[in-house]
Ligand binder design. Structure first.
Ligand SMILES: NC(=O)c1ccc[n+]([C@@H]2O[C@H](COP(=O)([O-])OP(=O)(O)OC[C@H]3O[C@@H](n4cnc5c(N)ncnc54)[C@H](O)[C@@H]3O)[C@@H](O)[C@H]2O)c1
Length: 419
């Protein structure tokens, strides 16, 4: 069984999906509302970490068609929606892209198709919002004329071990026939497909995974602040605790949470809870603790300067790694921004080094860039490692920096102060 597929939204989630579908012989179209995305891919250029120009060339050879023309939906028996689900200005769920995509799909939908929503969202979105929109605009009935499924994406950009094909995929359908169809579809390129009893359980599973991570990161961040106060090396304690073969999963502290999932998804959960007058206090507390970390990192830099009798005001601070995690180029919700804002508010002159990005802007101001790692030692009173990209781990030059504040736990030496 192969399928003809349209992937709606060709970002970090949609593009790897399209690649794997091409590889198993599906006829794949990629629909993106941004013309530069479609034209870039057609020209062989990738805009996504983990997918390089060789992959795009392979896709194009296998017939991949990147387009802004929704006509491809009518030629596809499976349509996967992978559009962004950000927060609005009040930090509530913004489902505008999902609504727009659902309407576009409905306008071109053929009977017998399978629609999958992969965007992360709150439980109930597929049934309460996508289904009525598609039914109204297409005149077709979900579960009868077309199948409807929710399948959360678990992609972890930059992870060399776990990718789309070997990470189990959750699938929940409107009806058992919808679930079965979804399982059959994904089984063509994913090793393990896990059906749930319904749509809401699949939607909730994704939020549960990310909220679990969010709460545990906040817990370990709180422990980092506490352990520093009482003179305990938390990193060593984590390594020791992690030797327990059951009942403990190691999370490590950092400068704050970033990316498109951890800082955002728990808000989708809190929003649903608030609607029924319920407060998810663990989630709120985790957000509060994580939001305090950038200011804490700035304060620790000030402490480091203080030990050398230097004031923060007028100091030269270099931050290394401005993306939200190591070895990717994605700056979304990166803690580097609030860290920089705090340092600047305290009077520091901040510059950055990161070969994964060309520019780094905070509150509209371009932060000066250091290109050569060999220049860091003379440019920095303090170097703050925010994300331990491989280029920093492999560098001998950083050994010459007077003072390193390391938030990654991966640097050692007399000149290193770890979070
Ligand atoms: N990035 C991750 O690591 C990750 C992991 C798991 C889940 N998710 C979830 O997957 C979803 C997509 O995230 P992403 O990181 O791929 O986003 P992205 O911003 O990288 O890509 C989304 C793409 O969708 C396009 N788009 C927006 N509206 C559209 C529309 N109406 N029609 C067609 N195209 C449209 C955009 O132009 C963009 O190219 C989100 O809900 C996100 O929470 C992301």
């Amino acid at each position: 069984m192969t399928s003809s597929l349209t992937v709606v939204g060709l970002g970090y989630v949609g593009l790897p999906m399209a690649l794997e579908a091409c590889r198993v012989g599906m006829r794949v179209s990629g629909l993106d509302s941004d013309p530069s995305v479609a034209s870039g891919l057609t020209a062989g250029l990738s805009h996504v970490d983990d997918i390089d120009s060789t992959d795009i060339a392979e896709m194009l050879t296998l017939g991949f068609n990147a387009t802004t023309d929704p006509g491809c939906i009518g030629d596809s028996d499976v349509i996967i929606i992978c559009v962004p689900t950000p927060l609005d200005k009040d930090r509530n769920p913004d489902l505008a892209a999902v609504k727009e995509a659902a309407i576009t799909v409905a306008e071109h939908l053929q009977p017998g198709s399978l629609i999958v929503l992969e965007s992360t969202t709150y439980p109930g979105t597929t049934e309460d919002m996508v289904q009525p929109l598609v039914e109204e605009k297409s005149g077709l009935t979900a579960g009868v004329d077309f199948n409807l499924v929710y399948s959360p994406e678990r992609i972890d950009p930059g992870n060399p071990e776990w990718g789309l094909c070997n990470t189990p995929k959750i699938v929940g359908g409107l009806t058992s026939a919808c679930t079965e169809r979804g399982v059959q579809f994904y089984s063509q390129f994913v090793d393990t497909v896990v059906p749930t009893v319904g749509l809401r359980e699949a939607e909730f599973a994704k939020l549960l995974e990310n909220t679990y991570r969010h709460v545990n990161i906040a817990l370990i961040n709180e422990m980092a602040v506490f352990c520093h106060e009482i003179g305990i090396d938390l990193w060593a304690s984590i390594d020791a605790a992690a030797t327990k073969p059951f009942g403990f999963e190691a999370f490590r502290p950092g400068p704050g949470v970033g990316g498109h999932c951890i800082p955002i998804d728990p808000n989708y959960l809190s929003w649903v809870a608030k609607r029924i007058g319920y407060r998810l206090r663990f989630v709120e507390l985790a957000q509060e603790v994580s939001e305090r970390m950038p200011a804490y990192v700035a304060r620790r830099a000030q402490d480091a300067l203080n030990r050398s009798m230097k004031p923060m005001n007028g100091s030269r601070i270099v931050i290394a790694g401005v993306t939200y995690k190591a070895n990717v180029s994605d700056q979304r919700e990166s803690p580097a921004k609030p860290v920089t804002a705090h340092l600047k508010a305290m009077g520091a002159n901040v510059s950055f080094i990161d070969s994964h990005v060309d520019s780094f802007t905070v509150a509209g101001e371009e932060i000066p860039r250091i290109v050569d790692i060999g220049d860091v030692a003379k440019a920095a009173d303090v170097l703050i490692i925010l994300q331990a990209h491989n280029e920093f781990l492999d560098s001998r030059e950083l050994g010459h920096v007077d003072c390193i504040l390391d938030t990654s736990g991966k640097f050692f030496g007399d000149n290193v102060d770890r979070l």
